[in-house]
Design a protein around this ligand. Structure first.
Ligand SMILES: [Zn+2]
Length: 439
């Protein structure tokens, strides 16, 4: 039987509504939005100037809130300290994120002890979707630094009386499979391509019927990877959505495996038109924007994530009053123009990860003015025959490539055996666009 998302009872407790009712939750969110705007205007030099002319008291409904200006990632990388609302002594964790923007300046995010506590509390309740007291959870995320995602997850699992097995990111799939087997892991939390590398390793079958649940996080999750893990291990595959700016955690799927249920007592989410910035109704796809409702160190107001999603209409089959946000598959910058059409990372993901010999890939689109070239560099399973012709056929069947006409388009497939070449410090995969101009 499908059980209701455990986030509902948790959010009910946090918002002071014993029986969670959507209208009461929204009243709570509006009150917290006003509090956040008040705090940010009083303490953050950035928001004092950005929100000059906007009064917290004027926010009476969500339409009123939507009149506030957005916060962009570049605002943080330009001067992150101007966002901080506490004294430096209250900051217990600073995260530096490298950005790929033109300035190349890193983004810094500041958290207080209470901010980190709220994340632990979310993990504690969110993990109940997929774990119980007898579980042993293998954590394939960085955990050695205090306050890192794996460290907070470990603390949360201990609170649940669930046994954490901190391991870290996977560089040697065989060693990770062996550790999972010896330690009696019953569930895994990890990065999609790294968990896939374990499942597709020749020893990966040893975890069949041992691993009952997998939670994938950090990167977009191709459906083809979920299907591959389910088939390899006979497990259920859940997805988590979050980013450092959200305080690491944002939302998690319930047993219905539909959209994510969100951390609605701590974060207010909107979907906006990426071009006009207008808020979009339920069911329409746009950019995910969030506002922190309980953050102390560095509140963010209408932060543009660059991720694309929508609110799913109708109730989740689990019966919760919480909203469901569709699984994020693309970013606004993951559409690459090819002639009159376009190609996305997610379209390539679904084609490529369906091949049982592919573990990861990089994609480059090159244009020399005459011809579009799509270059795919594959990481394949050691010792398994890689059928490049089949890969070519499958990718060429993408409708956007069909329309191009082969005389204007060239596909190249090659291999790169070194997995480290694929994990160059960036958690999220991208398509690289290279425009070649003639001298
Ligand atoms: Zn649900």
């Amino acid at each position: 039987m499908l059980t209701k998302s455990p986030l509902e009872a948790w959010i009910a407790g946090k918002t002071g509504c014993p029986q969670l009712v959507r209208e009461q939750l929204e009243q709570y969110q509006l009150k917290q939005l006003r509090n956040t705007v008040r705090l940010a205007k009083a303490k953050s030099p950035f928001y004092r100037s950005r929100l000059a002319g906007f009064a917290a008291e004027e926010i009476q409904d969500f339409a009123g809130f939507a009149r506030l200006p957005f916060t962009y990632p570049r605002d943080i990388s330009e001067n992150s300290l101007r966002f901080v609302c506490t004294g430096q002594a209250d900051i217990t964790r600073i995260v530096t994120l490298q950005t790929s923007g033109t300035t190349g300046r890193p983004k810094r995010l500041y958290f207080t002890k209470m901010d980190q506590e709220l994340t632990i509390d979310f993990f504690h309740h969110g993990m109940r979707s997929l774990t119980g007291p007898d579980d042993r959870i293998l954590i394939l995320l960085p955990w050695q630094t205090p306050g890192s995602v794996g460290d907070l997850l470990k603390t949360a699992l201990r609170r649940m009386k669930v046994h954490p097995l901190p391991y870290g990111p996977v560089s040697d799939p065989q060693a990770a499979v062996s550790f999972a087997q010896k330690s009696g892991a019953t569930a895994i939390v990890g990065i999609p391509v790294q968990v896939l590398a374990m499942a597709r390793h020749p020893q990966g079958h040893l975890l069949r019927n041992k691993i009952k649940n997998v939670l994938l996080s950090t990167d977009y999750v191709p459906q083809a990877i979920c299907r591959a893990l389910e088939a390899a291990w006979g497990c259920a595959v859940f997805q988590h959505y979050g980013m450092t700016e959200m305080g690491l955690g944002g939302g998690v799927q319930c047993g219905a495996l539909r959209g994510y249920h969100l951390r609605e007592a701590d974060l207010f989410f909107e979907i906006v038109d990426p071009v006009s910035g207008e808020t979009l109704p339920e069911g329409e796809t746009g950019e995910v924007v969030f506002t922190t409702l309980t953050r102390e160190g560095m509140p963010l107001i209408r932060y543009r994530t660059g991720d694309l999603s929508s609110f799913m209409p109708g109730r989740c089959p689990c019966g919760t009053v919480l909203r469901s946000m569709a699984v994020v598959r693309n970013r606004i910058d993951s559409f690459i123009q090819l002639g009159a059409g376009e190609i996305t990372l997610s379209a390539l993901d679904e084609k490529l990860f369906a091949f049982d010999f592919i573990l990861d890939y990089k994609a480059y689109v090159k244009n020399d003015g005459q011809q579009e070239r799509l270059q795919l560099v594959l990481k394949t399973v050691d010792g398994k025959k890689a059928d490049f012709d089949a890969v070519m056929q499958s990718v060429l069947a993408l409708p956007s490539l069909q329309d191009l006409g082969l005389h204007r388009f060239k596909l190249e497939v090659s291999e790169q055996p070194d997995l480290t070449a694929f994990t160059d410090g960036r958690a999220k995969r991208t398509i690289t666009l290279i425009r070649q101009t003639h001298a």
